[in-house]
Design a protein around this ligand. Structure first.
Ligand code: AMP
Ligand code: GLY
Length: 419
């Protein structure tokens, strides 16, 4: 029996743990800090994802065979470097490789150096210089904080006043800490996410997916951590995917090897199909959330095998197999999210759901399931077509009774309108 530790507590980590749980191998699963959904099949360990000292101690004491890192915070806290220094097997990138996500400037410089298609940019740490640059350029303009900012570090400034306010907050008030900003050309076109398992020079792509970042129907309202996702994007062809692998993911993996920080985990490419071709919007150094919740249910190869091979630097001999089905997932969030919201409301009806449910922010109180976060649950349906996955997901949602949740009714609208 192998012991596996999954680091994180969101829907993404629930999906990772669930996929491991479906493995043919005998696995004993541990999740730290985990969530209420994982309790059904894993031991919940109350250690935070960035508490590397205690996670290391736990992994040593319990003789954990493999650790799988879900969160960027744990990667940036150096969990992979520390575990490897102690000869523990861990799936995820070193802090040096994590810079592909944690420093936008590092990622942009790498793309510029290796001719990987992305928006033109310049970086600034001085407010006046940044302002001179922005005011001489067309609007909208894209301003990005150069560091982890919990998904809030990107502003599309439509007007000079908005740009000035953003630069003021980032470069003078330092709301995300002292750091630079990247000012980027504004690109247009449909966005999609292409995740790959990467092991040095070896790149194994996953099915493409699309996230829905805005809170409300019709892509209205504030940006969120993601309100739903689906696979099988009719506007992205197989040739587009091949182009992205050949011109973006493979060269990025090779470039990271050349920089002596090879990737040994998941590379997430947020891409845009612009009139001038596919370009990189962002890289992440881990599985996407909520994309993972719709992508991993399609994995037919053994998940443990993939993680273990990559964590130990071995090649995956047979290609990774994916189901031809389509998945669609809808996030149920607390009313008020992504701004202020209350927690602790009872959720009823979850036991009647016949499709996959991933927990994102729930807890048990007196044996009742309650809301315990901004994003609370994700209902994922799998079917032969997007239409039927859509129909299943929304009819299952009707079984959930909780007046304090809301969700988008139009997940996959771009794809469904396209057909
Ligand atoms: P990021 O955190 O870098 O993914 O940015 C968040 C969102 O901002 C993306 O999903 C895009 O919708 C948008 N965005 C980022 N960069 C650009 C760009 N250069 N042009 C247009 N939209 C962008
Ligand atoms: N879905 C976007 C992300 O995981 O960052």
């Amino acid at each position: 029996m192998k012991k596996i530790l999954v680091i994180g507590s969101g829907g993404r980590e629930h999906a990772i743990a669930d996929t491991l749980h479906r493995s043919n191998q005998e696995l004993e699963l541990y999740c730290a800090p985990g969530n209420a959904g994982m309790e059904a099949f894993a031991h919940i360990i109350p250690i935070q994802d960035t508490d590397v000292n205690n996670l290391l101690q736990f992994a040593k004491n319990e003789k954990i065979d493999l650790t799988v890192v879900g969160t960027e915070a744990a990667l940036q806290a150096g969990i992979v470097d520390r575990f490897r220094a102690e000869n523990l097997t861990i799936f995820g990138h070193t802090t040096a490789a994590t810079r592909i996500e944690s420093s936008k400037e590092f990622a942009k410089q790498l793309m510029r150096e290796y001719h990987i298609p992305s928006a033109e940019y310049r970086s600034f740490s001085d407010f006046d210089e940044a302002w001179d640059h922005v005011s001489a350029r067309p609007f909208p303009t894209v301003i990005k904080y150069d560091g982890l900012a919990a998904g809030k570090g990107v502003v599309i400034a439509e007007t000079p006043a908005q740009a000035e306010e953003t630069l003021q907050k980032m470069l003078i008030d330092h709301i995300f800490g002292k750091g630079k900003v990247i000012i980027e050309e504004f690109l247009t076109g449909p966005e999609f996410s292409l995740m790959c398992f990467v092991n040095g020079h070896h790149v194994y792509s996953m099915p493409v997916a699309q996230d829905h970042k805005r809170a409300f129907d019709g892509d209205q309202g504030p940006n969120t951590g993601g309100m739903g996702a689906y696979t099988a994007l009719p506007f992205i062809t197989d040739e587009d995917v091949q182009y992205a692998i050949d011109h973006i993911l493979q060269p990025t993996a090779d470039a990271m090897c050349q920089k002596n920080c090879p990737l040994t985990g998941v590379l997430y490419a947020g891409l845009m199909k612009t009139p001038d071709g596919i370009k990189v919007i962002e890289f992440n150094a881990r599985f996407g959330d909520p994309e993972t919740e719709v992508v991993l249910p399609l994995l037919e190869s053994d998940c443990y095998d993939i993680f273990e091979k990559i964590a130990t630097g071995q090649e995956i001999e047979n290609s990774i197999k994916w189901s031809k089905n389509v998945t669609l997932g809808v996030v149920l969030a607390s009313k008020g999210y992504p701004e202020k919201y209350d927690k602790g409301f009872e959720i009823e009806g979850i036991g009647n759901i016949t499709t996959t449910v991933y927990h994102m922010g729930t807890a048990y109180k007196n044996e009742k399931l309650i809301t315990n976060g901004g994003r609370v649950l994700m209902i994922v349906a799998q079917s032969k077509t997007l239409q039927s996955a859509h129909q299943i997901a929304y009819s299952e949602i009707d079984k959930i009774k909780c007046d304090h949740l809301f969700y988008r009714h139009d997940i996959a609208h771009i794809a469904l309108d396209h057909e």
